[in-house]
Write a protein that binds this ligand. Structure first.
Ligand code: GDP
Ligand code: IMO
Ligand code: MG
Length: 425
């Protein structure tokens, strides 16, 4: 039975939460593989809207086991708050497991995130200030504190002391960000979290997934962020500090690539980006404002307005190369319903040249102009449509063109935020 990866194919916020929830109905397990509470995945069920930051979007199905994989960075305070909030909203999160290998976010990570952004001034990345980057720095630098360390007091104390001394020095001296990090208070706080989450902690996520797959169960590996925010392949340094691409799922869960049967790219029918960095198809006119308002394009984590633009097929071709999509789920088609014309960027103009690959050099990318083809809009409501055939002709043509340009088939089309608003092909 299949192991499927769900990947954000653009700059995040494509609707991964909605698609993960939709597919979870037929799943036995849903696993988050990277990122942390920089993610905000929205699931709308009836009149209830849930915003998940750390807990996999399969949590609404009681028989689905939800797992936070080793590749995720976990802020335990946020995790516990999220579990409690779900309980209050009538969702039982007890079917949640957390890999002991996942790294923990500490208060000093959040402080460094803020201090770095302050010092960067004009070169600000526009991070979510959740401490994600600094936590991954410690992981790569081999001084991170993992979930499993919470249950070994000597190791925890030793690592925490080193980190507190180092970070206090960095913050107070290099970043001129005066703080006092209290070892005893932080230790106490985290030992409290340790007690709370203990029953959810598992040795390792990979063996669970492997076992489930070998028993013929279905597993969904839920990516956060998006391909163009990938630390290796995105618009570096305006990226996040992990690998959202499908290959990141193997590392962040602990399975080999041969276990994965399919890769679904979640694709917004236009484009958005939060934070700084190049965005060739950004629309700085009232059409951009229209997309933001109609699409509700405000961050699910920070509430920041998202930058809006036209669909970029250069990005999508690159994204398909990086992820190997077996199919696409196109979301928010309904947001385009009223537009008289819709643009698709098919290439970039760089000086006198026309290029159809995504440049690695940001200096080049910043000077690229979009080359557009324009398709007529459909000017009809699509939110009640149930089948592909029922879609207005121009909407069908638009979808077909997106599929053709990205080189992957479209299997799902989302036409509203609610669970049922989906067209299956
Ligand atoms: P994620 O981070 O990829 O899970 O996406 P977000 O939840 O951050 O942002 C997607 C937003 O679009 C959320 O507010 C969703 O409720 C909403 N959404 C998802 N699919 C659709 C759709 O097809 N149409 C409309 N209008 N909204 C959608
Ligand atoms: P989901 O999973 C959109 C962006 C931030 C910033 C950059 C680095 O909801 O799609 P970070 O805090 O990760 O160091 O910030 O990445 N970013 C996201 N943008 N969706 C997300 O997650 C994002 N997570 C981080 O805005 O530009
Ligand atoms: Mg989001």
């Amino acid at each position: 039975m299949p192991v499927t990866v769900i990947v954000g194919s653009q700059w995040g916020d494509e609707g991964k939460g909605k698609i993960t929830d939709l597919l979870s109905k037929d799943m036995d397990m849903v696993v988050r593989y990277q990122g942390g509470n920089n993610a905000g995945h929205t699931v709308v069920i009836g009149d209830k809207t849930f915003k998940l930051h750390l807990i996999p979007s399969g949590i609404f199905y009681p028989n689905v086991r939800c797992v936070i994989g080793n590749g995720v960075v976990v802020d335990p305070a946020v995790l516990i708050e999220e579990m409690e909030k779900l309980r209050v909203q009538g969702v039982d999160p007890s079917n949640l497991s957390i890999s002991s290998r996942a790294h923990l976010i500490f208060p000093y990570h959040r402080l460094i995130d803020q201090a770095q952004e302050k010092k960067r001034e004009a070169g600000r990345i526009g991070t979510t200030s959740r401490g994600i980057g600094p936590c991954y720095v410690d992981k790569i630098n081999r001084r991170g504190i993992r979930v499993g360390d919470l249950y070994n007091l000597d190791t925890l104390k030793e690592k925490l002391l080193w980190n507190i001394q180092e970070k206090s020095f960095q913050l107070n001296n290099f970043y001129e960000f005066p703080v006092e990090l209290n070892f005893d208070a932080i230790l106490d706080e985290y030992l409290g979290y340790a007690r709370f989450i203990k029953k959810h902690v598992i040795d390792d996520s990979g063996s669970l997934v492997k076992k489930a797959a070998s028993e013929g169960k279905s597993v969904l590996l839920e990516g956060a962020q998006g391909t163009m925010l990938d630390v290796d392949h995105g618009t570096y340094p305006f990226v996040t500090s992990s690998n959202p691409v499908s290959g990141g799922a193997c590392i962040g869960v602990g399975v080999g690539p041969t276990l994965i049967n399919s890769v679904i790219g979640v694709v917004k029918a236009y484009l958005t980006r939060v934070g700084s960095g190049p965005f060739v198809t950004e629309i700085n006119s009232e059409v951009g404002d229209f997309l933001r308002e109609k699409g509700g394009e405000y961050g699910a984590t920070t509430g920041r307005p998202r930058r809006c633009g036209w669909y970029d097929a250069v990005v999508m071709k690159y994204s398909n190369q990086l992820n190997g999509f077996t199919s696409l789920a196109i979301t928010k088609l309904d947001v385009l319903d009223e537009l008289p014309g819709i643009k698709i960027c098919t290439a970039y103009k760089y000086g006198n040249q026309q290029i159809d690959h995504f440049p690695s050099d940001l200096k080049v990318l910043e000077q690229c102009e979009p080359v557009y083809e324009e398709m007529p809009g459909w000017k009809q409501d699509t939110t009640q449509v149930k089948t592909f055939d029922e879609l207005p002709l121009n909407a069908k043509k638009y979808i077909q063109r997106l599929s053709q340009l990205s080189g992957a088939p479209v299997n799902l089309i989302s036409i509203g935020a609610e669970r049922g608003k989906i067209i299956k092909l």
